[in-house]
Design a protein around this ligand. Structure first.
Ligand code: WQD
Length: 338
């Protein structure tokens, strides 16, 4: 039996990281997780343990801490790194740009430096469709140019992709894949791991499930006068388990890529409006959601959804789960959280 690679997941206690850890373990990989718990705690680590049936190998630490990274890479011979660790709140980044630049860029640079020193040559980066801004044409494919990022958070995703592009040129051993997530939603079907927003959720689906659970008084739909079928914004909502499985597919194909720095959209290829999602949630759960139409949220783009064909062609990956699966799983997770 060939042993699968040893993989480091940074930000492994977070929403996407935890779901991806489960998929890698279940595919037989040797997985190590790190997280500084700045935006998470050990709740999802406990959930991972219940799903995989053993304690995940975890070390608490900051990706900007070169001493921590150097010790870790000295003690573990990693083949690959999946880099999730980053701050991800659009809103928070507007008020704290320096915190976002220092953390999101500092951790990428420290990580790449440490990988070079320890000759770890494969990295998969958690990027975002936010790099596109409002694309000129949709569905959007990976050749679409960056628009000026709407937030420092979005700017760090663009800059980190540029850092990888430059480091792959400088470091001939390095192979990189950036995965541009559209809107990850939902939770693991076991309801043992899921999204854990801190404070008032900025993202739509956790706000919907918290409203349904009575934790929020009502959902405000941000904008009903957009140039869309029902006036509300359109996004590409992708089940988090599909996102997680794309990381396994990407690592399995990283040595078969045309170039040493490839970019892939992770989306369903279908656009769904806020109002369509709200109605689908009520249909799937039977819960009557209290919502109202409100003013637009500054910085929101009107419509974006993916052309996911490159990932299908080169990674052999496409989404399997539907929006209704994601909404059902999100609701079951919310009911577990209480
Ligand atoms: C989706 C739609 C809102 C809340 C951002 C990041 C992206 C990714 C996901 C970080 C929008 C509307 C929302 C609410 C609403 N990464 N909405 N009422 O802004 O598309 O993407 O989060 O997590 O990189 O850019 O996601 O879920 O915030 O909003 O009407 O209470 O739902 O206006 O149209 P977004 P979102």
């Amino acid at each position: 039996m060939i042993t699968k690679k040893k993989v480091l997941l940074t930000g492994g206690a977070g929403y996407i990281g935890a779901h991806t850890a489960v998929e890698f373990v279940q595919q037989g990989y040797d997985v190590v997780l790190i997280d500084d718990f700045s935006k998470s705690d050990d709740t999802l680590l406990a959930g991972i343990e219940k799903i995989i049936g053993s304690k995940p190998v975890f070390f608490k630490g900051d990706c900007k801490d070169r001493q921590f990274l150097d010790k870790l890479f000295s003690e573990h011979k990693f083949d690959s790194v999946i880099h999730f660790a980053a701050y991800k709140s659009v809103n928070e980044s507007v008020g704290n740009p320096l915190m976002y630049y220092e953390n999101n860029l500092g951790s990428m640079v420290a990580l790449l430096d440490t990988m070079k020193k320890h000759v770890v040559n494969e990295i998969i980066f958690s990027s975002s469709c936010t790099v596109y801004g409002q694309p000129d044409s949709i569905p959007v494919d990976e050749t679409a140019p960056f628009k000026r990022a709407e937030s420092p958070y979005g700017a760090t995703k663009q800059m980190n992709e540029r850092i990888l592009e430059d480091e792959v040129i400088a470091n001939k051993n390095l192979k990189a894949i950036s995965l541009r997530y559209f809107n990850p939603v939902g939770a693991h079907p076991s309801a043992l791991i899921g999204e854990m927003p801190i404070g008032v959720p900025g993202n739509l689906v956790p706000f919907v499930t918290q409203t349904a659970a009575g934790l929020r008084q009502k959902l405000t739909v941000f904008g009903s006068d957009y140039n869309t079928t029902d006036g509300s914004c359109v996004r590409d909502y992708i089940h988090v388990v599909d996102v997680a499985q794309a990381h396994v597919a990407a690592l399995e194909k990283i040595n078969d890529m045309p170039g040493r720095n490839e970019i892939f959209n992770l989306g369903t290829g279908e656009g769904v409006s806020v109002l369509e999602l709200v109605k689908k949630f009520m249909e799937v759960t039977g819960v009557k959601l209290n919502y109202e139409l409100g003013p637009r949220r500054p910085g929101d783009i009107e419509k974006v959804y993916a052309d996911p064909s490159k990932a299908k062609r080169l990674l052999g990956w496409q989404t399997k789960l539907k929006l209704e699966d994601a909404l059902r799983d999100a609701w079951r997770w919310q009911q577990k959280l209480g």
